[in-house]
Write a protein that binds this ligand. Structure first.
Ligand code: NAD
Length: 375
């Protein structure tokens, strides 16, 4: 293994600039090799901003470079799936933004391909990498809550509360077509991931509703279009270990980014992790026990923070620096550890697909959706 991993980043837009590139930049295990964007000016500007030696508009040039170990896909639009399969076929470890694919079975196919080539994978399930959330996981694993009974989770903020604000959900006019999944996949996924991870069990049954609150949006051409996607949703579910959950997501509800809360209530204790940027803080962990039922703040130990942490820094760079550094460590260590990989993303996507089905058929839906698919 060489002393540093060489990384190529495909997509040089907003999220690459806020989170991915600054994250890679501060990992001591990594050297950024190339930035790629179909918009040449954007690729060039990002390469300059983050002192990356090369830029290109052609992702195939990234994949064909033998010196590149890891490819990071942070594109917009519906091309995560083909870029992911091409990356794995080229023999590169792969980080990709969610969703990897819309159908959970395709995510399992991508996982099988990666496994067959001994490649590690990671999905932009950003919020499990918050230092407070990682510490919450360790406290649960060490028995703080006892047997988990109830998980409540949500991601909700007001990013697209204004129908005239530019939104990727306003690009196509949906006409009279049935409601499509929007917020649940784009915003709910990381909290669904957290629910599976913290409860340490599979979801066996869900019932949910997808709701379209804002029916018309202004598209980039200045036209008002019917946008029948879920901009708010709720589901409840049961786990194999007897726990239950309630989950909701929305990007038209009032509140700041990222707008996440994860609550676990168990036989011996309760933990609440709130990831909302408010008054200079982006994470708060609180705990209670049967002997001390008033929730108190828990300090997160320094070892949970990424290299280069600066007090008061934005959640975007803080959580992502942990994500990419953790991926680099998993690759360099060469062991089995690979949290938040394509298998986990497939389980998350299966729940999203099950809630879609539950909404359409207005009934409880059992998981697994198909016997024999998955692990
Ligand atoms: N995990 C999170 O918390 C989180 C937060 C925000 C955004 N995201 C995700 O990040 C992704 C990017 O979002 P964004 O806001 O940066 O979008 P953006 O539109 O600002 O940037 C995307 C860039 O990808 C480029 N691109 C598209 N197809 C390409 C291709 N084939 N080759 C090279 N470049 C290509 C575009 O030209 C654009 O510059 C989306 O999937 C979004 O859902 C995740």
């Amino acid at each position: 293994m060489k002393d540093k991993l060489h990384v190529g980043v495909i997509g040089a837009g907003r999220w690459a600039g806020f989170a991915h590139l600054p994250g890679w930049k501060r990992s001591p295990l990594v050297e950024l090799a190339v930035v790629c964007d179909v918009d040449v000016e954007r690729a060039k500007a990002r390469a300059k901003e983050f002192e990356v030696p090369d830029f290109t508009t052609d992702y195939e040039k990234v994949l064909s470079r033998t010196d590149i170990d890891v490819v990071d896909i942070v594109t917009s639009g519906d091309n995560h799936e083909p870029l992911t399969f091409a990356t794995l076929e080229a023999g590169k470890h792969c980080l990709v933004e969610k969703p990897v694919c819309h159908d959970y079975k395709d995510v399992w196919r991508a996982h099988a391909l990666a496994t067959s080539k001994k490649l590690k994978t990671k999905v932009g399930l950003t919020f499990r990498y918050a230092p407070a959330m990682q510490y919450m996981y360790d406290l649960i694993r060490d028995g703080f809550v006892g047997q988990p009974y109830v998980f409540n989770g949500w991601e909700q903020d007001s990013q697209w509360i204004d129908p005239a604000a530019p939104s990727r959900f306003a690009r196509a006019d949906t006409g009279d077509a049935p409601i499509k999944v929007g917020s649940l996949e784009g915003y709910g996924a990381p909290t669904i991931d957290i629910s599976l991870w913290l409860i340490q069990s599979r979801v066996t049954s869900v019932v949910g509703i997808l709701k379209n609150f804002v029916p018309k949006r202004l598209n980039p051409d200045g036209k008002w279009v019917r946008t029948n996607v879920d901009d708010g949703d709720i589901y409840i579910g049961e786990y194999a270990n007897g726990a239950i959950c309630s989950m909701q997501s929305s990007y038209v509800t009032v509140g700041n980014y990222p707008g996440i809360e994860a609550r676990v209530f168990g036989s011996k204790g309760a933990l609440i992790c709130r990831l909302v940027e408010e008054f200079g803080e982006c994470q708060v962990l609180r705990s209670a026990t049967p002997e001390a039922v008033e929730f108190v703040q828990v300090e997160v130990p320094p070892s949970y923070f990424p290299p280069g942490y600066v007090k008061g820094e934005s959640w975007r760079s803080l959580f992502y620096a942990n994500l990419v550094h953790n991926f680099a460590q998993e690759i360099c260590d060469g062991g089995q550890a690979n949290q938040g990989n394509f298998a986990q993303s497939a389980r998350v996507q299966e729940i999203i697909n099950a809630v879609e089905r539950s909404h359409r058929e207005r009934r409880w839906v059992d998981l697994p959706l198909e016997p024999g698919v998955g692990d």
